[in-house]
Ligand binder design. Structure first.
Ligand code: AMP
Ligand code: MG
Length: 314
């Protein structure tokens, strides 16, 4: 198939030019690739939602290249915010704070708060610094589909669209940022990621977590998000007959095993590339080890697996 994306490079000038030409820019970050627009360009922010087919009720995260820029977006830069930012930024952490009036309602989906992150990737930092304006960017995938951790994944999602892709190589963290809400007390982890409760406790900050981050539950509880092209099934049983019997009831004959490395850092890094694979089989099956469900380092990975899966086999 022919497509419009001729613009894949690591050229900051080209990325800046793309914004001027009313194009979106796919940006590399340590978590996943983002689909970015300057926060002061409403038409381009609108284009993020239309290209992604994302509903307007789902707010975007704003990416900054300094703590000063983060402060310019919120009315309440508290001591806690300063300590967290100082410790974990640049890094895979988004903080939620009350927004300043100039931050567009389209970005925050009408919420009085804004999600802010300072990503680590040097190319994206350079782009934001050169532009002088923060970038709003959700993950560079169609709504509900698997997030991209490589340029190839971005190309696949936006084959027909004129997007400039800033090539920063494969993402090193591999799953989306931890989101921590500092606008309420106690501080709450809204989305688990590779930074967890223990990391915050280490600097004296106590966080509550959203429920169900550490166990796999009934299929009815799951949201359909991060969906791969073939259905994913999770199981904690290693009894293969249970798995094949279950799949038979779904008329699924063959499955590919989704094998994650034992080290959570490596598992997160590889997860989406494994889910983006073009497999010949009809489905993926991932065996969840019980040890993962007790270890906060796995909670972000388990959360994404649950959201990407169609059912639990047990
Ligand atoms: P992503 O699609 O990975 O870029 O993540 C965006 C997600 O960040 C949204 O779906 C929300 O869950 C979360 N988010 C962004 N801004 C806010 C906010 N102001 N309050 C709460 N959650 C937010
Ligand atoms: Mg996303």
């Amino acid at each position: 198939m022919t497509h419009n994306i001729t613009n894949i490079d690591h050229n900051i000038e080209q990325a800046l030019l793309a914004f001027k030409q009313k194009k979106l820019v796919a940006i590399p970050t340590e978590t996943v690739y983002g689909l970015a627009a300057p926060i002061n360009n409403e038409a381009l922010i609108h284009k993020i939602f239309s290209l992604k087919e994302r509903p307007f009720f789902d707010p975007l995260i704003i990416h900054v290249a300094s703590i000063e820029q983060a402060k310019s977006l919120t009315t309440q830069w508290t001591e806690t915010a300063q300590m967290i930012a100082h410790t974990f930024w640049p890094g895979p952490l988004t903080i939620i704070l009350p927004k300043k009036e100039h931050v567009s309602d389209m970005i925050t989906a009408g919420l009085p708060t804004v999600g802010i992150r300072f990503p680590k990737h040097p190319l994206t930092q350079k782009l934001i610094k050169s532009l002088g304006v923060p970038l709003a960017a959700p993950s560079a995938n169609k709504f509900k589909q698997t997030s991209p951790t490589q340029v190839e994944h971005v190309k696949k999602a936006f084959l027909e669209q004129d997007v400039y892709i800033l090539d920063g190589g494969p993402c090193t963290v591999g799953i989306e940022s931890t989101i921590v809400d500092l606008s309420q007390t106690p501080i709450k982890i809204l989305r688990p990621g590779m930074l967890n409760k223990k990391d915050f406790a280490a600097i004296g900050i106590d966080c509550t977590e959203i429920k169900h981050t550490s166990s796999i539950e009934a299929p009815g509880m799951m949201e359909d998000h991060y969906m791969p092209s073939k259905p994913l099934f999770l199981t904690s049983t290693f009894d293969l007959s249970i798995v094949t019997n279950f799949l038979n009831t779904k008329k699924i004959k063959r499955y590919a095993e989704l094998k994650l490395p034992d080290d959570p850092i490596m598992a997160a890094r590889k997860l989406y590339s494994l889910l983006h694979q073009d497999i010949h089989q009809d489905s993926f099956v991932c065996h969840i080890k019980s040890s993962w469900q007790k270890d906060p380092q796995w909670f972000g990975i388990l959360d994404r697996l649950k959201k990407a899966s169609s059912a639990i086999i047990d």
